[in-house]
Design a protein around this ligand. Structure first.
Ligand SMILES: NC(=O)c1ccc[n+]([C@@H]2O[C@H](COP(=O)([O-])OP(=O)(O)OC[C@H]3O[C@@H](n4cnc5c(N)ncnc54)[C@H](OP(=O)(O)O)[C@@H]3O)[C@@H](O)[C@H]2O)c1
Length: 269
């Protein structure tokens, strides 16, 4: 039985990944939270991975607060790039497959069509640049490596670095009757397909049976510190030849999330 280690195991993606891998019963799964490993410290990385000796390592650890990355570029690059390098070097030394989780924010959003693995990255914020640097360093340091880009995650744990996930934030604001201003000029792909954050929010409220009406605003009006790509929709060109199906539509994933968290959708779509 192969050993899979997951770094960032207490985070949003890491929590669900560990659960899914354990449920599969096909691997020995070792969960490494921030308490168990500091990716920015090469000794901590070597010690932790030396003790586990994984066949496959999935690095979900990251500094994910996109706006804070603008103010703290050193931390962004230390965790997302240099830390990823230390992990990849340790994988090379033990011949483990190194999987680095990356992001749609490596793209500038100007393509006008979904991005595939073949498109040339061009990040427009520090977070995206640090993650792209991480991709390059992982590939350079570890011959057995995979880069997996994902976008707009929503997991049961919620991104710790972001104080929850988008779905929970929208529902909580609706329940408190807080004003709901949501950006309508940025398109993303939560799992597969695409929507603006405003369309995503409207669908969340609809499925959750909440009465609130969000207000569509431009990203300029919203005023986030970091620029975001206008349309960073992702689609995979490499999964079909491997006979791996594309991810399910985001509406289906949203419905599953709401059922899992005890908020049955009001009606089908
Ligand atoms: N969230 C999204 O929408 C999104 C979109 C595209 C790609 N991604 C990528 O997906 C991956 C997972 O993101 P996520 O949403 O699961 O983020 P998350 O919930 O913030 O999880 C990241 C985890 O990494 C840990 N961590 C942070 N710095 C670390 C360090 N220096 N050493 C060791 N562990 C560290 C964090 O622990 P502490 O909280 O204790 O520091 C946290 O548990 C990341 O690579 C991210 O770039 C995320």
């Amino acid at each position: 039985m192969s050993t899979v280690a997951v770094i960032g195991s207490a985070g949003q993606l890491g929590t669900d990944l560990v659960a899914v891998l354990r449920e599969s019963g096909r691997h020995r799964v070792v969960a490494l939270s921030h308490r168990d490993i500091e990716v920015a410290n090469p000794r901590s990385v070597r010690d932790a991975l030396g003790a586990v000796r994984p066949d496959i390592l999935v690095n979900c650890a990251a500094f994910v607060r996109v706006d804070d990355c603008e103010d703290q570029p050193e931390t962004a690059f230390l965790v997302n790039a240099v830390g990823a390098l230390y992990v990849a070097q340790a994988c090379r030394e033990s011949d483990a497959l190194c999987v680095y989780i990356s992001t749609d924010y490596v793209f500038d959003g100007q393509k006008g069509a979904p991005y595939t693995e073949e498109d040339c990255p061009h990040p427009i914020n520090v977070y995206g640049a640090s993650k792209l640097a991480g991709e390059h360093l992982v590939r350079q340091a570890c011959p057995r490596s995979l880069v997996v880009r994902t976008a707009s995650l929503f997991g049961l744990t919620g991104a710790r670095g972001k104080d929850g996930n988008f779905i929970e934030a929208i529902i909580a604001k609706a329940e408190r009757a807080d004003p709901l201003r949501v950006v309508d000029d940025i398109r993303t792909s939560p799992t597969s397909g695409a929507c603006t954050w405003y369309e995503f929010a409207r669908t969340i409220l609809d499925y959750a049976g909440a009465e609130a009406t969000p207000q569509a605003v431009s990203s300029h009006e919203y005023g986030a510190r970091a620029r975001r790509p206008a349309d960073s929709t992702l689609i995979s060109a490499r999964l079909p030849p491997l006979h791996i199906s594309q991810l399910r539509p985001w509406q289906e994933a949203l419905r599953a999330y709401l059922i899992e968290t005890g908020r049955a959708p009001r009606k089908g779509h």
